[in-house]
Design a protein around this ligand. Structure first.
Ligand code: 5AD
Ligand code: SF4
Length: 450
């Protein structure tokens, strides 16, 4: 498919939210590069602006409208015919409403249709004598998006590369929009995944991060020649010329013993597990439709630690879910104390349109939510600090990822995903080096290359 004349044009793409969106933005950039678009760092240099949006919380969604307000000014002052597109989950959830609220938007599409970008751009292309056309494309397509993505992964160089293996979600947690915006759960075929992993390795990836809304629900059966479990897929990838493998985000319900054991048996699989619990109260977990109890969650952590005692545990929490009492919140603090997290994200509950929890009567007021969030974050901050402090004077493996801030500075990651800063030459980028930790901070480590 040709975009009209494939003129040389500039693309500005801004990604919000999760790593899944980052991955999708990379893929959109690749498709458009094939059509003569070059990436620019400033929206005012662009012919096409894409906001790849996040709908998970109200604040995330509202950010998009503020950004569109800023872009309106740029658009008015520019001599270019700038096209503005809203992609991602806000696009999927709000569709036509976006163009009504913000007329500078020309194109709206969701995470399921971005492979059709060239055709969509062709459709909204300004034609002499005819009015500008707007397009909203949020239908669920029949074709396999990943098979249709024609851009190669050959241009993007990243030491740590994202690879989407699973999309969508069928779990319907009562607070979450993902099943509505990203659609039903699908697993990409292993052959596709292995071939993309090889491409990423070919352009210099040393670490592959397998991505999915429920990455550990990945499985392959019936659809292709071989049945395969998620740990078997990891094992296959570990046979390639790659140093490190990670996976995010997992659901406790799909945490098999085989996967826990992989952290012991597959040396390239890093000792890091992001396993959101959301709440420590069994009553709230039930209301959230999470389908596990706090004890079952703790059992998973303990069992995983039997196989890999040093594993770093990370999580997500929501405070102020409808009906959450002080007692329920105490149970959340309690589970944090028991698990001892290396790192965790926490959020105030945000009612999302169309989700069952948004309709519940007992919504919690903002002040209570803020107060609980502050307490929880203080506890998590202390735990991260303690986790990091345990690395003082230790010699650890660090994958050097990029130049740091300042002269002769480098930034990398430990196996436990901690950022590590050190002095050193850029020629080390892409290598795994032994680094002595000389200082620990709340959120990072300082080291000396040995
Ligand atoms: N309000 C607050 N946080 C939410 N999350 C998902 N939906 C909501 C919501 N409605 C959080 C969960 C999830 C993470 C990606 O975002 O903790 O794990
Ligand atoms: Fe949302 Fe729950 Fe699915 Fe995670 S498992 S994406 S929180 S519905």
């Amino acid at each position: 498919m040709q975009i009209t004349q494939d003129k040389k044009r500039n693309l500005f793409i801004k990604s919000y939210g999760c790593q899944m969106n980052e991955y999708d933005s990379e893929r959109m950039t690749e498709i458009l590069e094939k059509h003569n678009y070059s990436s620019v760092d400033e929206p005012n240099q662009a012919d096409l602006i894409i906001l790849n949006t996040c709908h998970i919380r109200e604040k995330a969604a509202e950010k998009i409208y503020s950004e569109l307000g800023r872009l309106k000014k740029i658009n008015l002052n520019s001599e270019r015919d700038i096209k503005v597109a809203v992609a991602g989950c806000v696009g999927q959830a709000e569709g036509h409403e976006i163009i009504k609220r913000s007329p500078i938007v020309d194109l709206v599409f969701g995470p399921l249709t971005y492979h059709q970008l060239p055709e969509m751009l062709e459709e909204i292309e300004s034609k002499p004598g005819s009015p500008n056309k707007k397009l909203v494309n949020i239908d669920v397509p029949d074709e396999d998006k990943f098979l249709e993505l024609k851009g190669s992964r050959k241009n993007l160089k990243s030491i740590s590369s994202l690879l989407s293996i699973q999309e969508g979600c069928d779990k319907f947690c009562s607070f979450c929009v993902v099943p509505y915006t990203r659609g039903v759960e699908i697993s990409r075929p292993s052959k596709q995944i292995i071939s993309e992993a090889k491409e990423l390795i070919g352009i210099g990836a040393k670490e592959i991060i397998l991505l999915g809304q429920n990455v550990n629900a990945w499985s392959q059966s019936n659809e292709t020649d071989i049945d395969m479990t998620f740990p078997e897929l990891i094992k296959e990838i570990s046979k390639l010329n790659i140093d490190r493998i990670r996976y995010i985000t997992s659901h406790p319900r799909d945490m098999t013993e085989e996967l826990m054991k992989s952290h012991k048996e597959i040396t390239k699989l890093q000792p890091y597990l992001h396993l959101p619990v959301q709440s420590g109260s069994d009553k709230i977990l039930k209301e959230m439709n999470r389908n596990y109890t706090s004890q079952e969650y703790i059992d998973i952590i303990n069992k995983t630690r039997e196989y890999r005692p040093d594993i770093a545990i990370s999580g997500d929490f929501i405070v102020g879910f409808p009906g959450e009492t002080d007692y329920d919140f105490e149970a959340t603090l309690d589970i944090v104390r028991k698990v001892k997290y290396a790192h965790a994200y926490s959020f105030k509950y945000s009612p999302r349109p169309g989700t069952p929890a948004a309709l519940k009567q007992e919504q919690i007021n903002e002040e209570v939510k803020s107060d609980r969030l502050k307490k929880l974050q203080e506890l998590i901050r202390q735990q991260t600090k303690d986790f990091n402090a345990g690395f003082l004077d230790k010699d650890i493996d660090v994958l050097i990822e990029k130049k740091g801030i300042g002269e002769n500075r480098l930034t990398g990651r430990s196996s436990y995903l901690q950022p590590v800063h050190m002095s050193g030459d850029t020629s080390f980028i892409g290598e795994i080096l032994k680094v002595k930790i000389v200082k620990t901070r709340d959120n990072s480590l300082e080291g000396i290359i040995l």
